[in-house]
Design a binder for this molecule. Structure first.
Ligand SMILES: Cc1ncc(COP(=O)(O)O)c(C=O)c1O
Length: 399
């Protein structure tokens, strides 16, 4: 069915009525299925970055659509003054998959999950400790607490003064993190793999080393798994690759298969610091989001999608590794499951635009890193199709 308004009509609406805080492509998307999306004119795009990492199962995964439809017909939202089965079952399902018995607080986004973790760390640190060590080039969200935690000055500009107490260590540098600990430090907050910072995989020993450092000084170790969680890297949570446990973990993005949902999961002895009145989120843990998350977990398990993430990673590692040998502008290829970064020696935005012309959707982060966060349902044929376009674009680039 054709859309009622053309892409151009919709762009005109945005120009008048929507605040211009995003750089948008002049395309109005109207429908999606798996790794394909269609615009108002009926053009199909292959999506290697579905929903900024939220659509881990592709667009409109049938089991999620069904779960949302069914729940929406029964009960859409009730506040956290009541119990709901879906929230209880989701907390159990997540806790069981952590392997360290976490308890959950639910919210609606990644930045909210990080805010909850910051508050929990400060409550844990009482009396006297409030400082949190985070990493250079990290990304934790846009609300002022999470933004202060984010170790990228470009995002702080114009918003100072930030929340006090954040100190940044270079990612991967254990000694630098250790030097930042003082008697006011209460926590270390780190992405197991930096996402927005350019798909930076930690060196061996780094995450276990942070665990040791945290234990030595009685600090909370908080893993921000908003981008890496829910099977993206081939394990439920990326930290499970390194056999290390956090005290607190944050989730969002892919948690509910594309429906807004966030969570902070904490070990019970830490979680108990959040008493009634200390924190809340009106929509957090609503039954629609929780049913979507339960359906997401079910779909990942039924479809063997953790293994599929590994397979996707192997495919891209081989294909892009071979391309690197032929393409001088590729500096490095970094892959962990379905989390893929291609570091270029040139501006990546131009490549994103050239891919868009060929109807392949990708992302550029950190200026020079092409970032792909494909759906775990991406087929072999779609991987071939998209890699073919990427190869063409990168091999024929003339600045
Ligand atoms: C690691 C990490 N934490 C937090 C966030 C913020 O999530 P949201 O945009 O849902 O607030 C992001 C978003 O990209 C992220 O990658």
């Amino acid at each position: 069915m054709p859309a009622t308004l053309s892409s151009q009509d919709v762009v005109a609406l945005f120009q008048r009525f929507v605040i211009g805080n995003y750089t948008r492509y002049p395309v109005c998307l109207v429908r999606g299925e798996g790794s394909s999306v269609w615009d108002a004119e009926g053009n199909r795009y292959l999506d290697f970055f579905p929903g900024w990492g939220c659509d881990l199962l592709g667009h409109c995964p049938p089991r999620i659509v069904e779960a949302v439809r069914e729940q929406a017909g029964k009960l859409i939202h009730v506040p956290n003054t009541w119990y709901t089965e879906a929230q209880g079952l989701l907390a159990q399902a997540l806790s069981e998959r952590t392997g360290w018995g976490g308890q959950c607080f639910f919210c609606n986004s990644g930045t909210e999950a990080v805010e909850a973790a910051i508050k929990l760390a400060r409550l844990y640190g009482k009396p006297g400790r409030y400082k949190i060590i985070t990493m250079v080039n990290s990304f934790h969200g846009r609300t002022l607490g999470a933004l202060s935690a984010t170790g990228q000055p470009k995002y702080h500009q114009g918003l100072e003064p930030l929340l006090a107490g954040f100190n940044y260590a270079p990612f991967g540098d254990l000694a630098a993190a250790a030097r930042l600990v003082d008697n006011e430090t209460c926590a270390i907050l780190v992405e197991p793999i930096q996402g927005e910072g350019g798909i930076n995989v930690p060196p061996a020993g780094y995450l276990p080393g942070l665990r040791e450092l945290a234990d030595k000084h009685n600090l909370l170790l908080i893993f921000d798994e908003v981008q890496t969680g829910m099977g993206r890297t081939g394990r439920w949570f990326a930290h499970q690759h390194w056999d290390v446990q956090p005290d607190v973990m944050t989730l969002a993005k892919a948690l509910s298969g594309g429906i807004a949902c966030g969570a902070m999961i904490a070990k019970p002895q830490v979680a108990e610091k959040l008493r009634p009145g200390t924190h809340a989120a009106t929509f957090g843990g609503n039954p629609v989001a929780c049913q979507a998350a339960l359906a997401t977990i079910e779909t990942i398990e039924a479809g063997g999608l953790l293994e599929r993430a590994e397979r996707i990673g192997t495919f891209f590692r081989q294909r892009l590794g071979a391309l690197k040998a032929r393409c001088p502008s590729i500096q490095e290829v970094r892959v962990k499951g379905a989390m893929i970064g291609i570091e270029l020696s040139l501006d990546g935005t131009r490549m994103v635009n050239r891919c868009l012309e060929r109807r392949l959707l990708i992302n550029c982060t950190h200026g020079t890193v092409l970032r792909l966060l494909p759906a775990l349902t991406l087929t072999d044929a779609e991987m071939e199709e998209g890699c073919g376009i990427l190869e063409d674009v990168l091999l024929t680039d003339k600045p």
